[in-house]
Design a protein around this ligand. Structure first.
Ligand SMILES: [Fe+2]
Length: 454
C-alpha cells in the first residue's frame, strides 16, 4: 500500500460527481413525514350532560348563541334541555332548525346566512353529524366571510386554510356515529358535482363535545345501525390507513393535513373503539332498550372520532361520497320522509367488505386484529385469510341487522360504476390514505364487487 495515493485526480472527480448525484436525488425525492399530531375536543360524557351546554358556552364567554338543529330534533327532549340550560345562565340565543340531514352546499349556505344575520358569538349544534357539521360551516363563514369554495378541500375547492381561531362551539351529538364532536371536519353534498366533499381544518374542531347517552335512547333502528356502521368504519379505516410516516412531509406546519395517517396514538383510540363496537353494535341496534349497549356505542363513536380525526379514513369513506351524492329513489326506514338518501353510514359500510379484502395484503396483521375485535374467529388463520375474515364478519353483522344487500339494493347498477369512480377520484383527502395505491381500475373493481355482498 505504501506510496499509493488515496485519492487520485480521477477518483476525486468520481467522488464529487457521486456526491452531486446524491444531493440531486435527495432534493428531488420528497422527504417523508416524521411528525404526527393529536388534537381533540374537550369531552364530557354521561347521562344528562346535555344540561351543561349553557354552562360551557357561558364559561367560554358566549353572550348570544346559534342553536343549530334539524326539523325532527327541534321539539326533542335534547333541544329542550339545551334551551333550558342557556336560559339558566342568561345566554341569549336563536334556533336554526332547518339543517338538512346529509347537508348540502345549499343548506350550509342557509345556515351561514342565518349566522351572519344573527351576529352570534357562539354555536350550539344539537343533533347528528349533519347539525354539528352545519354549525362548523356557519361558524367559519360568519367569522371569516369568503366565497363558498374558498375553504373547501382541494381540488374541488381552493383548500385555503382557516385564517385563525373560530368562535366557541359546543357540540351535543344525538346519534352515535360521526364523532363530529371531536373532529375538525365538516362534510356536505356538493349538489352540482353529485358527490360529497368537505372542509377540514383543526380550527373547526368543537371546543367541547357533550356526549349524552340519554340522547341516543330513541334512535330508530336503521338510524342506530347506520351511525354504528360509521363508527365501525372509522375504527377500521383509521387503524388500516397509510402510516403517517409514509406521507410526504409538508412544506410548513400550516399545511400538515388534519388527516395524517395511522399513528401510534390514533391506533389506541381506534382499537378501543373497535372493541366496544364488536361487543355492542348488534345489541344496540336490535334492542333499543339495551341502554348499556347504546351507551357503549355513544362512547365508541367518540373514541373512534379521536382516532380518525387525526389519522383519517380511506377508501370506504372516499367511495361513499358519490354513493350518497348520486342517490335516486332510495328511502330507508327511520329517516325523514320526502328526501331520497343513502345515509352516510350505509354508503360507507356497503363498500367496506370489498375494500378490506383488497387492502388486507398491505397489512394482514392489522386487518386480522380488527376482524377479531369485531368477533371473527381467527384461530388457525394465516395472513392470507385476513381479507376474507374481516369481509365475512362485516357481512355477518349486516345480515343480522337487515341492511340492503349491496349497492344494487340501494338503486345502483353496473352502468353507474364509471360515474361512481369519477365521483371518488377527486376525494384525495381520504383516497390518498389508502394503504394500497388505488386508481380508476381498482375503484371500478371495488364498486363492481360491492354491488351485491352475499
Ligand atoms: Fe364517517
Amino acid at each position: 500500500m505504501a506510496g499509493r495515493a488515496l485519492l487520485t485526480p480521477q477518483s476525486y472527480r468520481h467522488l464529487t460527481s457521486y456526491i452531486s448525484l446524491l444531493i440531486a436525488v435527495s432534493m428531488s425525492t420528497p422527504r417523508k413525514e416524521t411528525t404526527f399530531t393529536i388534537d381533540t375536543s374537550s369531552i364530557k360524557f354521561g347521562p344528562g350532560i346535555t344540561g351543561d351546554a349553557g354552562y360551557e358556552l357561558d364559561r367560554l364567554g358566549v353572550k348570544r348563541a346559534m342553536l343549530v338543529t334539524d326539523p325532527r330534533m327541534a321539539n326533542s327532549e335534547a333541544v329542550g334541555i339545551a334551551i333550558e340550560s342557556l336560559r339558566g345562565v342568561g345566554v341569549d340565543f336563536a334556533v336554526f332548525d332547518q339543517t338538512s340531514i346529509e347537508p348540502t352546499d345549499v343548506s350550509f349556505r342557509e345556515a351561514i346566512k342565518f349566522a351572519i344575520d344573527g351576529k352570534f358569538d357562539g354555536f350550539l349544534p344539537v343533533g347528528g353529524g349533519s347539525c354539528i357539521d352545519t354549525a362548523k360551516a356557519a361558524n367559519l363563514y360568519s367569522t371569516y366571510p369568503a366565497d363558498f369554495l374558498e375553504y373547501v378541500n382541494a381540488p374541488i375547492g381552493n383548500g385555503t386554510p382557516v385564517p385563525g381561531p373560530l368562535r366557541p362551539l359546543v357540540a351535543v351529538p344525538t346519534t352515535s356515529g360521526t364523532g363530529s364532536e371531536t373532529t375538525g371536519v365538516a362534510i356536505f353534498d356538493f349538489e352540482e358535482m353529485g358527490s360529497k366533499t368537505g372542509i377540514a381544518h383543526r380550527a373547526l374542531r368543537p371546543d367541547v363535545g357533550l356526549v349524552d347517552p340519554d340522547n341516543t335512547r330513541t334512535l330508530p333502528k336503521m338510524v342506530a345501525a347506520c351511525s354504528g356502521f360509521d363508527v365501525l368504519c372509522h375504527g377500521i379505516e383509521s387503524y388500516t390507513a397509510l402510516p403517517f410516516s409514509q406521507r410526504e412531509k409538508p412544506e410548513s406546519p400550516a399545511s400538515r393535513p388534519a388527516y395524517q395517517g395511522a399513528n401510534p396514538i390514533s391506533d389506541v383510540w381506534a382499537l378501543a373503539a373497535l372493541e366496544m363496537v364488536g361487543k355492542s353494535i348488534l345489541r344496540a341496534v336490535l334492542d333499543a332498550n339495551d341502554s348499556e349497549a347504546r351507551s357503549n356505542m355513544a362512547m365508541a363513536a367518540t373514541f373512534a372520532g379521536v382516532g380518525f380525526g387525526n389519522a383519517g379514513v380511506h377508501l370506504p369513506h372516499g367511495m361513499s361520497y358519490p354513493v350518497s351524492g348520486m342517490v335516486r329513489n332510495f328511502r330507508p326506514d327511520g329517516y325523514p320522509e320526502g328526501k331520497a338518501i343513502v345515509p352516510h353510514g350505509m354508503a360507507v359500510i356497503l363498500n367496506a367488505p370489498a375494500v378490506f379484502r383488497y387492502t388486507a395484503p398491505s397489512n394482514p396483521e392489522r386487518h386480522m386484529r380488527a376482524a377479531k375485535l369485531l368477533g371473527a374467529d381467527t384461530i388457525g388463520a394465516g395472513p392470507e385469510d385476513a381479507g376474507d375474515l374481516i369481509a365475512e364478519r362485516l357481512i355477518f353483522i349486516l345480515r343480522e341487522i337487515g341492511v340492503p344487500n349491496g349497492l344494487a339494493a340501494v338503486g345502483y347498477s353496473i352502468d353507474d360504476v364509471p360515474s361512481l369512480v369519477e365521483g371518488t377520484l377527486p376525494q384525495h383527502r381520504v383516497t390518498k390514505l389508502a394503504p394500497r395505491p388505488t386508481d380508476a381500475d381498482e375503484l371500478t373493481a371495488l364498486f363492481t364487487d360491492s354491488m351485491q355482498l352475499w
